[in-house]
Every structure is written in structure tokens, then in C-alpha cells.
Design a protein around this ligand. Structure first.
Ligand code: MG
Length: 215
């Protein structure tokens, strides 16, 4: 991988655990809903979950806490989001790997999460990244092949100069590969796919030391 210039990272499930989003969507928003409408937390969770599922994860609104606060008429989303920031948890190897890779490559983020939420989520590591790309905020779509081609254009690089890593088989592996990006599938559960990485230190070994990787 001599010509690699940029390493692009997914965020949730790759740099940070899903805990922040789970608490935001399934505890904090329902709690505010329960307070506003005078119902039990359990009933509020059921109602809000039903509404989330009407959109589903293929819809851009799914990822947008501001949309849901507006939809449920809960007022300003900021205090609701802030009540969850203590749940933002980076995986143990993240700081060390980012610090090491930043000495050799341009680091970027490619996420479905809206930019205003990424500002909270990436607060402690954002100094490592040259660019933060949000597919929903900046391109009004999910992480499609077109989104990845736009990332290449914006960064003025050929797709094969980019390595992308993430934990979603379709949006972090299949879609970037479709446009020629070197994508790696991160499977922290340690599945038996020969193409998967178990954590980001394996990516570091591949891009820095040329460790063996079976495509
Ligand atoms: Mg992810």
C-alpha cells in the first residue's frame, strides 16, 4: 500500500461505542417525551420507538436527534443531547492508533451521523482529523458509492489513495469498494470472515507495516 494518502474512519462502532446513541434515542428522548406528555417512561419509549421505526435506518431522519425533538415537539435538542455526553466512549485502542497514523497519513471521518452530533462525539479526538464528512448533513444521503466518490473529489485524490474502515458491511465495505477505495470491514465481535479486522491496531499494522491481508 505505497500510495495510500488518506485513512477514513466510520465513527459509531469504529471509533466510539454505540452507547451514546442508544442512550440518546432510547432513554433521553423518551424521558423528555414522558415529561412533556405526562406518561410513563415505558409508554414513552414504546411510542417513540414505534415512530423511529416508521422511518427506519434507511431514512436520513433516523440519525437526526434534532428532527426527532422537532417531530415530538420536545423543544431544544441541546440539553437532551448534553445529558448523554458522558456515554461517549472511545474504544481502548483509538487514541494510540489515531496518534500513530496521523504521523504518516491524512486522517478523515466519513459518517452518517449529522455534523452537530459529530461535534459532541468526536470532541476529544477531532484534532487528529483534517476533514469530517457527514453523508446526511453535507450530501443529503446515506454512505452510498456516490458519497464516497464525492469524498475523493473533495480531497482531490484517486479512490485507491484512500483506505476506509468501518463496522457496517454495506456502507463501510461494499459501497466504498464499489468506487475503488481500499475498504476494510471492522468486526469487533470477531466474526470468522477472512476479510474482517478485529480492531484498529490490525489496520495500523496493515497500512504502516504492510502486514498480510487477504483480499
Ligand atoms: Mg458504524
Amino acid at each position: 500500500m505505497n500510495k495510500i494518502k488518506i485513512i477514513s474512519f466510520d465513527v459509531e462502532g469504529t471509533l466510539v461505542s454505540h452507547e451514546f446513541s442508544e442512550v440518546l434515542w432510547h432513554e433521553a428522548i423518551p424521558l423528555r417525551y414522558a415529561q412533556k406528555y405526562g406518561i410513563s417512561a415505558e409508554q414513552a419509549r414504546k411510542t417513540t420507538t414505534e415512530e423511529f421505526e416508521k422511518i427506519g435506518f434507511q431514512g436520513m431522519e433516523w440519525y437526526d436527534a434534532g428532527y426527532w425533538c422537532n417531530h415530538f415537539q420536545l423543544g431544544n435538542p441541546e440539553p437532551i443531547i448534553r445529558s448523554c455526553v458522558d456515554k461517549i466512549s472511545y474504544y481502548s485502542e483509538v487514541s494510540e492508533v489515531l496518534s500513530s497514523l496521523a504521523a504518516h497519513f491524512i486522517l478523515t471521518v466519513a459518517s452518517t451521523v449529522p455534523l452537530y452530533l459529530l461535534a459532541y462525539i468526536l470532541k476529544d479526538v477531532d484534532h487528529y482529523f483534517t476533514r469530517i464528512f457527514s453523508a446526511t448533513s453535507q450530501y443529503k444521503q446515506l454512505k452510498t458509492p456516490y458519497f464516497y466518490s464525492q469524498v475523493c473529489q473533495t480531497m482531490h485524490v484517486e479512490p485507491d489513495s484512500i483506505v476506509h474502515v468501518g463496522d457496517n458491511w454495506n456502507t463501510d465495505f461494499i459501497n466504498p469498494r464499489e468506487v475503488g477505495i481500499n475498504a476494510f470491514y471492522l468486526d469487533r465481535e470477531g466474526g470468522d470472515s477472512v476479510d474482517s479486522l478485529a480492531d484498529l491496531t490490525q489496520l495500523e499494522s496493515i497500512v504502516l507495516d504492510g502486514a498480510n491481508y487477504k483480499k
